[in-house]
Design a protein around this ligand. Structure first.
Ligand code: CP
Ligand code: NVA
Length: 318
C-alpha cells in the first residue's frame, strides 16, 4: 500500500488541493515555511529543459533545499543500474524525487516503490507543474478560472491533458481543436470524466476560439516524436495560431508552454504580439513549482534527514 503522495498528474490532487496549490503560488517565498531546509531534491532529466529545470531548482532553493540535477547518461536507469535500485538510492538522500522522462510508466514505477514522493517534471503523458502555472497565469489575467473558457488548438498531448484536468477540475470550460488522429482517445476521455472534466472538441480552430478567453497551443512535435516530424507538420496544417485566428477574438489572450517552434504551431506575430502572455506564463513556472513542492512536503512529512536508516549507525562526524 502506498503511503507517499505523489504528483504525476493533476488528478493525483483533489480539486481542493489543486485550488490550495494555485492559491499558495501567489505567496512569496519569504512568506512560506522553508520546508526543504537542509534537504535535497533529486531532479532527474531524460530530456532537455529550460523552464522546468530552472524553475524547479530555484523553487527548491527558495524552500531552503538543495536541488541535484541528474542526467540519464549519468545514472543509467536500466543500463548501469535497475530502476528500483536507482530510486531507492535517491531516496536515501532526497526528500523528493522529481523527474522528466519519456515514458510516464517510469514515474509510476518509481512511485510504486513507495520510498519517496515523486513529482512529474513532464512525461509523454502529462505536465502537471505547467498546468498549475497556466491556471495561475489565466487567473492573474482574468480572475477565477471557473468563469473562463480555455481553448487549446493543436496536438492533444501531455500539456493538453494536464491543462484540461486543471482547468476542468477548477470549474473552467475546456475546448480543444485538434485534427483527427491527434485527439484524445477513450482512455483519456474516461480519465478526464473520472475527474469530472468534459472537454468540447470543435473541428475548426476559427470556430473553437469564438468567445474564448484563452487560446493555447503547444508544439506539434513533442520531445521524442522527432522521427514523425514531416507527417506531423502535414497533419497539423491549418491549425497554426496566427494573427488572423487571434483577431477572431481580440479580447482573448494567447498562451504557449514553450519552447515554441516559431511559425509552425504559432506565428512570431502571435508569440510576440499584444495578446501574448507567454512570459508571464514562463515566470509563473517558478511560483507554481514552489507551491507544488511546498504541498508535497506538507503532505509527506519527514524525509531522509529526519530518519536515519536503522542499522547504519550515526552519520559520519556526529
Ligand atoms: N514548458 C516547459 O516545460 O519548458 P522546458 O521544456 O524548457 O522545461
Ligand atoms: N509537448 C511538449 C512540451 C514541452 C514543454 C513536449 O513534450 O515536448
Amino acid at each position: 500500500m502506498t503511503t507517499f503522495r505523489h504528483l504525476l498528474d493533476i488528478d493525483d490532487l483533489s480539486a481542493t488541493e489543486l485550488r490550495s496549490i494555485v492559491d499558495l503560488a501567489s505567496v512569496p517565498a519569504t512568506g512560506l515555511e522553508p520546508l526543504l531546509a537542509g534537504q535535497g531534491v533529486a531532479c532527474y532529466f531524460e530530456k532537455p529543459s529550460a523552464r522546468t529545470r530552472n524553475s524547479t531548482e530555484m523553487a527548491v532553493v527558495q524552500l531552503g533545499g538543495h536541488p541535484v540535477y541528474i542526467t540519464r547518461d549519468e545514472i543509467g536507469i536500466g543500463s548501469r543500474e535497475s530502476l528500483p535500485d536507482v530510486t531507492r538510492t535517491l531516496a536515501c538522500y532526497h526528500r523528493v524525487i522529481t523527474a522528466r522522462v519519456y515514458d510516464h510508466e517510469l514515474l509510476e514505477q518509481m512511485a510504486d516503490l513507495d520510498v519517496a514522493p515523486v513529482v512529474n517534471l513532464l512525461s509523454d503523458g502529462a505536465h502537471p507543474l505547467q498546468a498549475i502555472a497556466d491556471v495561475l497565469t489565466i487567473e492573474g489575467e482574468f480572475g477565477p478560472i471557473a468563469e473562463q473558457t480555455v481553448t487549446y488548438v493543436g496536438d492533444s498531448n501531455n500539456v493538453t491533458r494536464s491543462l484540461a484536468l486543471a482547468v476542468g477540475m477548477l470549474g473552467g470550460t475546456v475546448r480543444v481543436s485538434s485534427p483527427p488522429g491527434h485527439r484524445f482517445g477513450p482512455v483519456d476521455l474516461d480519465r478526464l470524466a473520472a475527474a469530472g472534466v468534459e472537454i468540447e472538441y470543435v473541428d475548426r480552430p476559427e470556430d473553437a476560439v469564438k468567445g474564448t478567453d484563452v487560446v493555447y497551443t503547444d508544439t506539434w512535435v513533442s520531445m521524442g516524436q522527432e522521427g514523425e516530424r514531416s507527417e506531423r507538420l502535414q497533419a497539423f496544417e491549418g491549425y497554426s495560431v496566427d494573427e488572423q485566428l487571434m483577431a477572431v477574438n481580440p479580447g482573448a489572450v494567447f498562451l504557449h508552454c514553450l519552447p515554441a517552434h516559431r511559425n509552425e504551431e504559432a506565428t512570431d506575430g502571435v508569440l510576440d504580439g499584444s495578446q501574448s502572455r507567454i512570459w508571464a506564463q514562463a515566470a509563473n513556472r517558478l511560483h507554481a513549482a514552489r507551491a507544488a513542492l511546498h504541498w508535497i512536503c506538507s503532505v509527506n512529512p519527514g524525509g531522509p534527514i529526519d530518519a536515519p536508516t536503522p542499522g547504519l549507525g550515526p552519520p559520519v562526524g556526529t
